[in-house]
Design a protein around this ligand. Sequence first.
Ligand code: SAM
Length: 495
Amino acid sequence: MQATLDAQKTQKARNIMGQFSTPYPLALDIMQYMKNVIGKDGVSFIEPSIGTGVFYSAYTEVFSGGKEILGFEIDPHYFNPSKEFWKGTRLQLRQGDFLTQTPDYEYDMLVTNPPYVRHHHIDVETKKRLQADVQKKTGIRVSGLAGLYCYFMLLSSAWLKKDGLSCWIVPCEFMDVNYGEAVKKYLTDNVQLLHIHRFNDNEPQFKDALVSSCIVVFRNEPSNKDEIIKFSLGGSINSPENVKFFTTRQLKPDTKWTNLFTGSALTESAKATIGDFFYVKRGIATGDNSFFIIDQNTIDRYEIPQLFLRPILPGPRYIKGDCIGSENGLPDVDRRLFLFSCNLPENIIKEQFPKVWLYILSGYERGVQNSYICSHRKPWYSCEEREPAAIIVPYMGRAESSRKMFRFILNTSNAITTNVYLMLYPKPEYAHYMKQEATLKKVWHNLNTISSNELVCKGRFYGGGLRKMEPNELKQTPAGNIGDILTGKAQLSLF
Ligand SMILES: C[S@@+](CC[C@H](N)C(=O)[O-])C[C@H]1O[C@@H](n2cnc3c(N)ncnc32)[C@H](O)[C@@H]1O
């Protein structure tokens, strides 16, 4: 339908209205990226210049749920067939100029490829109106040379929730030309820029429009000057070829930003903290370790099948080195333990696994089911499902110990941990890099170079030289040069 509709218009007419649609694979890639950043389903979504709805199509592929979905399209040539095509779906379509609409809802997410209409196709009156509108809403003065897509970006936040996410495929030129200063000012002062991905100039994304494009992602919240921003170049947004990091403070609206993707000067990750790169979670709380954490003897005695077992690490004093090897996924430790967890109803266990039922009965006899955690679970003998983490930290450290007070342990096995450890899970945008063994090891080494002082001043003091580290305290600890490592710029001498 897109091809047919495009063919019915001249190239010139499409140019004047900025009508170059996004290839579906690119839309899908962007939507998958957004899902990773948002991390949940059921998000409301606005598309300000929807064309035939390629981003809505990708949205339905990637996100489930989500009731409020709105698209605007000015041109009946695209609007009418789209309206017919998407009839009966959750997509609400309105014909009209997005730039004259009054926001009537705040959405979780905006994703679009706005019209790249050049300034000489915008009439003087419209330009004046848009400039005044931007000035009123953002305090920013826009040059008369700015293309229509700049106004789309600058006027979009009123449609977003306070921390809503906004994603734009736009021409790269705003990063270098004078009129782009307004957009750069907006991205550094008015909202929280998160990521700019620039495509390689020799891989144009739109076969019928000769522009080099980038994807700009920002959050609709006040700018934090210490926030780390990702600049990636080449490949795709989910798997870029080169990545650099800057803080908002380092980005100056009156400088050329396209240099930043390739230049070397500015990477400064000193401000980054562990929480910028990792989610930090306590290991699981079983409710009664003496019942749920079992060894091979118990497994043999009660004939507990693999199905109900997950490898789990013993306490830190049983972990000798700082790296846990793996034998077919099982941890290479002296005390090999397993988490017992089962979510089948009692009658099925009784019938199909009579020995396992005996084990559960032994738990009943000891009153395990009455512990606070167990009594809030259904069934009480099913524990939290958790992924293993490649890096873990014992959550208690002792000051007088000869070894480092807090150590980061590399876990190459599939074992999970109890809450005597903190578990570090890479954030989605970095997970890809940390899947590479060499990079993960560099990150781990780097974490172990963080001085005890830095770690301890975040942790809490207890009697007898005992210190504890809560997830939030670890998250706030400076992360050394992990940002550099992730960009492939690690100072190898460190390792
Ligand atoms: C670059 S195309 C992208 C369409 C679609 N978002 C996609 O990615 O395939 C921009 C679309 O915006 C529409 N458009 C142009 N000016 C508009 C305006 N002021 N308000 C709403 N839509 C507009 C054009 O007709 C065109 O369909």
